[in-house]
Design a protein around this ligand. Sequence first.
Ligand code: C2E
Ligand code: CA
Ligand code: CA
Length: 512
Amino acid sequence: MPLTAKGPLKRSTRTFWTLLAILLPIVLGTVILYLQAQRTLLRSSLETAEEAIEQFDQMLDHSDSAARALLPLAGQDCDDARQLTLREQVTRRPLVRSTNLVWRNNNYCSSYLGSYAAVLNPQDYVDGRLRLMDGNHLTPDTPLLVYRLTDGEGAALAAINGYHPTNILRMLSRFAQLQLQVGQHWLSSDGQVRDGNAPLAAVASQQLTSSRYPYSVNAGFAQGSLWQHMKNQYPALFGLLIFLGATAGALAHWLQKRAISPRHELQRALEAGEFIPYFQPVVRGDTLQWAGIEVLMRWQHPREGLVRPDLFIPFAEHTGLIVPMTRSLLEQTREALAPCAKDFIDGFHIAINITARHCQDLQLLQDCREFLAGFEPGKVTLVLELTERQLIEPTEITQQLFSALHELGVMIAIDDFGTGHSSLGYLRKFNVDYLKIDQSFVAMIGADALSLHILDSIIELSLKLDLRIVAEGIETAEQRDYLTAKGVQFLQGYLFGRPMPSAEFVAAVVRH
Ligand code: C2E
Ligand code: CA
Ligand code: CA
């Protein structure tokens, strides 16, 4: 039945949407946080590199000042006075560890050793100006940054102990990775000089070159720093994302549950106009001419196809949706039949099934009025079929309703007669016009004598009460003949016509 059917596909689709609703805010939010973290780390490594350049430039400015002061002495003798000048620069200039004089690539005078002889290869200096060494013969394990200033054949050298650049790298790279690259050598914050190019950082790698001295700086972060950064910086936002995901999931779950709840499904179907009328002819017992029709509801379900009313009417009654459903059925019936009403015999009966719930206020009267307004006066007779299984409480409102209906010319039929407990008083109170003998009694025709006796009693009773009778469920000629012989005025059943959609009915009405 369509109201409760939940196939495995539907369940998996529901789970899919719920999971999607949970994951979507979490994934999207994480992507946004990821991009944000990436931007933050890129900016941070750029700032670190800029700061490092500034510090290294300042450091080399001291070497430059020392070398500039000594350069005019290059080529002069390395006597005590010169040595003293060299030492003076070491003492006066911060960070400068030693100074040398060079003439024609001969390193001949040292602040430390005095007169001295060593060959200097200008190729060892990047741009002829800067050299990063992992040590010299005096301090083989201590890196050294040597600055060279030349003028013609003379040159002055000012060396800085590797401790200082290492210290700058270490101070600035508390969270980042930072290296000083000078030509084909690089220094890292562990104080080691290595050959080649420093490896690029795995995350947010930045490379900056000094505009004043021939070196560059590499900054960046190690593998996994991005997630680490996100974990440290956005714990509250992650909590919020999980909360949003859970809320969205719960909302999606609730909405889907609501969408598949039987009540919501009926409401949806009503709004989508899926409840449509089928018409079954009711014929006169004597002439077998079409005297009217019964309007029967069908649910044109988009997936399940045409659904029988006994599968959804009880639930529609339970929820109260039967009232607007019946109203819609009346409107559709009026629209379908008004154009062909000229082919009807006068007073053509249009019977519609009404539940007890529909009779609790005067709205039904208005619905009937609107229906009849669609036809020429006297062309059709509206019959309300009330099942005997649900008796209507006689209250002031119902009394008022039924007398007003009577005045309007609307007739009342008791449906499924013989299966309930209506009394003579009940039939009188509601001004009943017709009794519809239930098809279970009609089915007794041709069976045993006792069953037939019950049917005969019902027919006799109806005639005595001066009520007109409709017998329903006539499928055989034997049933038809028996009932007409008993004086039953109206007959309904597959023998005369099955319930049919309006287009088919409109086409058939002309023939009858
Ligand atoms: P009902 O009012 O007693 O309607 C007659 C039922 O008998 C219809 O079933 C009709 O198709 C079926 N029928 C007619 N002739 C024959 C026949 O020769 N043989 C057999 N075996 N059946 C025959 P349907 O259309 O399935 O409706 C079932 C019930 O659903 C109706 O019984 C009525 O109680 C309810 N129903 C249908 N439409 C509405 C509606 O618009 N409002 C309300 N409240 N109830 C409705
Ligand atoms: Ca009926
Ligand atoms: Ca019936």
